[in-house]
Design a protein around this ligand. Structure first.
Ligand SMILES: Cc1cc2nc3c(=O)[nH]c(=O)nc-3n(C[C@H](O)[C@H](O)[C@H](O)COP(=O)(O)OP(=O)(O)OC[C@H]3O[C@@H](n4cnc5c(N)ncnc54)[C@H](O)[C@@H]3O)c2cc1C
Length: 416
């Protein structure tokens, strides 16, 4: 944490989120990892009671009307306890409800957001299909109009919370012959006739969160369950990617923090060759680098949150920074978790310490909510656009390119 930059209100919020993580019974975490629990509804109920679901959303729907920085503070603390719980905490309240609040009708807000933020119901998000997740706009789930209803057929997979969900935000093709970005519509689909979920994946980590397959067979939903406008799912998708990726970054900071704390405690007490092992630079430097990298990762998350909260960054800059946060934090967290395991020797690889679970859990973060390769694509696209479009609102910085001895040898500057 960076307590010195937090206001008193933010510290109080952090402490509330910490209290929620401290509330979680150890058995819940172990039973989820052992897949004895497939959907820990009690956790969402407890988070709802404490008003810690959807804290960015307006108070009138049960949120707290706070900003992205506050969300990152809470997400970090939620992530400390369990990556699976953090995923569930984020998907329903922070991602799906954000989409409904941004694009849904008042009726949908009352029907879904209000009970969801109390922890009474849960909504999963169905983007990924068996045929592909990165190629989201190539989705094949189909919705056909029938009077004032829509009939949906298709399959989604790897859906967090599918087992316990009462609602699913699903993208379906409504305009098959349209251009890629005008083919899809976002629907809220209630668990109803034709909706089937299967808990079939043996996951490496992030277990117990109900990640499953969603099968939709002739599911009838009324027009009013459309989120946003017809054939404009792209708008909802672009919005959802903000909490998905920034939320993942923030909770991953929290998820890896205990690895450093455990490794620090252990290496300050463990002795080898008559010395505390943290005095060996091979050990102490790994912990030092871990602390440094975590601080850098968190700083990027906070800077990205401020980019949105202040409204001063362009949409392209925000997209770039969110992708940077997601990629940098998740890869940094993976390195940290592995280094922390390494400095503990053999015991770090056992279930005497939870490091092995932290390593397994964190691996997902580089894959889901858009793989890190997809993040690179976005960073690449946005950076070139942003840099090559010179903005007039700042004085030009020094043209260092001209500071080479032979910079004027223009015939040597060959580009094709
Ligand atoms: C435990 C778990 C929980 C999940 N939860 C959800 C959820 O709740 N809801 C949901 O909708 N989805 C969820 N997902 C799905 C996740 O977001 C996708 O798995 C992910 O986006 C990748 O899609 P894919 O698996 O189809 O891989 P693919 O898209 O097939 O990608 C395979 C590989 O190709 C690379 N690749 C693909 N296209 C490009 C490109 N253009 N340039 C460079 N590289 C490329 C990818 O980076 C990857 O390395 C979850 C996944 C897991 C494992």
């Amino acid at each position: 944490m960076f307590p010195f930059i937090l206001t008193d209100e933010q510290k109080k919020l952090r402490d509330e989120a910490r209290a929620l993580s401290n509330w979680v019974p150890k058995e819940m975490i172990l039973d989820m990892d052992a897949e004895k629990i497939q959907f820990p509804k009690e956790y969402l109920v407890e988070a709802g009671k404490r008003n810690l679901l959807g804290i960015r959303l307006p108070k009138k729907y049960g949120g707290r009307g706070l900003g992205w920085v506050e969300n990152a503070i809470v997400a970090e603390e939620v992530g400390v306890c369990s990556y699976s719980l953090a995923c569930l905490w984020g998907v329903g309240a922070d991602i799906v409800c954000d989409a409904i609040v941004s694009f849904g009708s008042e009726e949908l807000k009352q029907e879904i957001v209000v009970p969801l933020l109390k922890g009474e119901v849960y909504a999963a998000e169905g983007l990924t299909e068996p045929r592909g997740g990165s190629d989201f706009f190539g989705a094949t789930t189909r919705a056909k109009k029938d009077g004032t209803d829509w009939i949906i057929n298709g399959q989604k997979r790897f859906i967090v919370g599918a087992e316990g969900a009462d609602w699913f935000l699903v993208y379906a093709v409504t305009n098959p012959d349209g251009p890629a970005h005008r083919r899809l519509t976002a629907f809220m689909v209630p668990r109803s006739e034709g909706v089937e979920t299967r808990y079939i994946y043996g996951l490496m980590g992030v277990r117990g969160g109900g990640a499953g397959r969603l099968i939709l067979t002739d599911v009838r939903v009324p027009d009013r369950y459309i989120v946003g406008t017809l054939n404009n799912g792209v708008e909802v998708f672009m919005r959802m990617m903000i909490p998905e990726r920034l939320g993942t970054a923030a909770m991953t900071v929290g998820a890896v923090r205990p690895a450093i704390e455990i490794a620090t405690n252990y290496t300050a007490r463990r002795k080898a060759f008559g010395q505390f092992i943290n005095r060996f630079q091979a050990v102490g430097f790994k912990v030092a680098d871990s602390v440094m990298r975590l601080d850098a990762a968190r700083a990027l998350v906070y800077a990205t949150c401020l980019a949105i909260d202040t409204g001063k960054a362009s949409p392209g800059q925000v997209r770039r920074m969110i992708s940077e946060s997601k990629k940098f934090v998740t890869e940094t967290a993976w390195d940290i978790a592995n280094d922390c395991m390494q400095v503990m020797g053999g015991i770090g690889y056992t279930d005497i310490y939870p490091l092995e679970r932290i390593v397994r859990d964190i691996r997902l973060s580089m894959i889901w909510v858009g793989t890190n390769e997809v993040m690179q694509l976005i960073i690449q696209t946005e950076w070139y656009k942003e840099f090559l479009k010179k903005t007039a609102d700042e004085p030009e910085s020094r043209n260092v390119e001209a500071d080479a001895r032979n910079a004027d040898e223009t015939e040597e500057k060959v580009f094709e």
